[in-house]
Design a protein around this ligand. Structure first.
Ligand code: FES
Length: 221
């Protein structure tokens, strides 16, 4: 029964290989020799059943591979610097103006770090947001999690602090001219009197004359 199941599994694996057109690819193993001739590619493997050995029992193949390679991987890892990052890696990120060091550097497995206490997502996000746009997005996201949206006063109006586009901080990026607020992050504009967005149809700005707001507050007391 066990053998039948094993054969069935192998047949399924081979059928799957055909389904994904792996049968028209050429698998090269260590020791395989490929000969290109007359527009054809002939491959000779080191053993007759070398390919079947992989697809026939993938687990056994991968476990043997792991056992073979692990000592070499451990040897190389032992030579990696501990607790610090190699300078050339950092310099490469800087030269390429990488905006996301988490993917470019930290996931390279080339350094070891440890932490005390719980995971600090602020540190992680800091290294993911190394451009003004990404930083603004992250700040905006966190500010949106706050229960009350902060209001600021601009040119006699109380307006939401975060730009309706990508949440730039309007205390830093907002400029007002002739009743029109421009967010310098991407240039979106808003009519302060109505809150209407002059750049896009679907996102208005929360805006109210400051004296009206003060009156309302007095009436509510
Ligand atoms: S964040 Fe894009 S225009 Fe303000």
């Amino acid at each position: 029964m066990k053998q039948t199941l094993g054969r069935k599994k192998r047949q399924n694996e081979m059928a799957r290989a055909k389904r994904y057109r792996m049968d028209i690819g050429r698998l090269l193993l260590p020791g395989s020799v490929a000969t290109l001739e007359d527009g054809r590619c002939q491959v000779r493997h080191p053993a007759e059943d070398a390919v079947e050995a992989i697809f026939g029992d993938k687990r056994a193949y991968l476990e043997a591979y792991q056992a073979r390679m692990l000592p070499e991987i451990e040897r190389r890892k032992a030579g990696w610097p501990r607790g610090q990052i190699q300078r050339p890696l950092v310099e490469t990120c800087i030269l390429r103006h990488d905006e996301d060091w988490v993917n470019e550097l930290f996931l390279s497995c080339r350094f070891v770090a440890s932490r005390e206490g719980p995971f600090n997502e602020y540190v992680y996000n800091w290294f993911k947001g190394l451009s003004p746009e990404r930083l603004q997005y992250a700040e905006g996201w966190y500010s949106e999690q706050a229960p009350v949206q902060e209001l600021i006063e601009l040119d006699g109006y109380l307006v939401q602090r975060r730009c309706p586009h990508l949440k730039a901080d309007l205390t830093q990026f907002g400029v007002v001219e002739d009743g029109v607020l421009t967010c310098r992050m991407h240039g979106w504009q808003f009519d302060l009197a109505t809150g209407r967005c002059l750049t896009s149809d679907d996102r208005g700005l929360h805006s109210i004359p400051a004296d009206q707001a003060a009156e309302r507050e007095r009436a509510e007391k």
